[in-house]
Design a protein around this ligand. Structure first.
Ligand SMILES: NC(=O)c1ccc[n+]([C@@H]2O[C@H](COP(=O)([O-])OP(=O)(O)OC[C@H]3O[C@@H](n4cnc5c(N)ncnc54)[C@H](OP(=O)(O)O)[C@@H]3O)[C@@H](O)[C@H]2O)c1
Length: 338
């Protein structure tokens, strides 16, 4: 078993050591339609056996249901896993489609207590601000988060979808272990400002949706027709209609590289993200999401694939040609605010 375990990386500042690939747990109970609970639990255990230690959830994933679902797994392996959860996004009681974003101190304090309770643990290892509430100065928000560290409720701090300026202001208040933002062959906005700032400040990058929410694996070609009604990807501009038809054609170079290595498209997509560690000179720990054991094995195996310079060059033009935004509302993303 020792041989098959993945390499390790340190998150930023005094952040924890983690397996070089984490596991995104959102889809196990939320966002991408129904999933098999038993298989998701088996996927968690398999990931753990293979050396995955960073597990990603959020209070927003199903209104806390995802944290509750993960709690038994976390408790069974408490000292060996790094629990990452987030605050800031909730839905309106009157309209479940309406997102409410809050970063004020009373809200953060109520969120951390609720997450600790649902997870049934004494401390959260990595606590992220999920989205920026521009009504609250970032210094104030991170100041509140730093109080949680001093009080022993949280060990390390992270920020999701922040701009480079917000990251710099936050780091001046308290060390930030990781920025979690979308980063993949399809989504490279953060390379302009956020990645250089993170490198300069010694902050790690935790790329979310490194498989382009599954699109880069070739497993669906139009969310509007291929995915269920409950699947959030049906609302994402790049995965439906003419955009999806154009974007599917962009997978050809990924397929070429996959064939050369005798691996899957998913593995090429993950190897590319992992290799950004060397390209940009900072720790990069992607958190691919899956609900299946076999895909955990496949994804973890991608940490051992090294792409050549020629292959990186072949993949380089893809992102600039992607049609459609990452979100229906781009103010929800850092690149909408840089
Ligand atoms: N901070 C944020 O705002 C934010 C936003 C989105 C996500 N996240 C976090 O990032 C994690 C990962 O992102 P994501 O789940 O959106 O997208 P992703 O990791 O890019 O893709 C997940 C999708 O790919 C499929 N998949 C996984 N491995 C595969 C493989 N080897 N072959 C074929 N299909 C494969 C999964 O389906 P199966 O389950 O069927 O394998 C799932 O539909 C989430 O779980 C969440 O924790 C954070």
């Amino acid at each position: 078993m020792t041989d098959s375990r993945i390499a390790k990386a340190h998150l930023g500042g005094d952040g924890p050591e983690v397996g070089v690939q984490g596991l995104g747990c959102m889809g196990m109970t939320w966002a991408y339609g129904p999933s098999d609970t038993g298989e998701s639990r088996a996927a968690l255990e398999r990931a753990f056996e293979l050396g995955v230690t960073l597990y990603d959830t959020a209070d927003a994933y199903g209104g806390g249901e995802n944290e509750k679902f993960l709690s038994p797994f976390f408790k069974a392996h408490r000292d060996e896993v790094v629990i990452a959860t987030k605050f800031a996004i909730s839905t309106s009681p009157d309209d479940p489609m309406k997102r409410i974003i809050r970063n004020d101190a009373p809200y953060i304090r109520s969120c951390v207590e609720a997450s600790l309770k649902r997870l049934d643990v004494d401390v959260i290892d990595l606590y992220y601000m999920h989205r920026r509430d521009v009504r609250v100065p970032i210094e104030e928000t991170v100041g509140t988060m730093a109080e949680l560290v001093r009080e022993g409720k949280v060990k390390h701090l992270g920020l999701s979808e922040v701009t480079a300026g917000e990251l710099r202001a936050a780091q001046a208040v308290h060390p930030i272990a990781a920025v979690q933002s979308e980063w993949s062959l399809f989504s490279r906005d953060i390379e302009a400002n956020v990645v250089p700032a993170a490198r300069e400040l010694g902050v790690a990058l935790v790329p979310y949706s490194p498989l382009g929410r599954g699109f880069l694996t070739g497993s669906f070609s139009d969310a509007g027709t291929d995915l269920t009604d409950q699947d959030f990807r049906r609302t994402m501009p790049r995965f439906t209609g003419e955009n999806a038809a154009a974007n599917v054609r962009l997978l050809e170079p990924v397929r070429t590289v996959a064939e050369a290595h005798g691996v899957s498209l998913a593995q090429v997509a993950l190897a590319w993200v992992q290799q950004q560690t060397a390209v940009h000179g900072l720790p990069v720990v992607p958190i691919p999401g899956t609900t299946r054991r076999s895909r955990v094995e496949e994804n973890v195996a991608a940490t051992r694939i090294v792409l050549t310079d020629e292959e990186l060059a072949l993949l380089e033009p893809i992102a600039a040609k992607v049609e459609g935004d990452r979100y229906p509302d781009m103010t929800f993303a850092s690149a909408g605010r840089e």
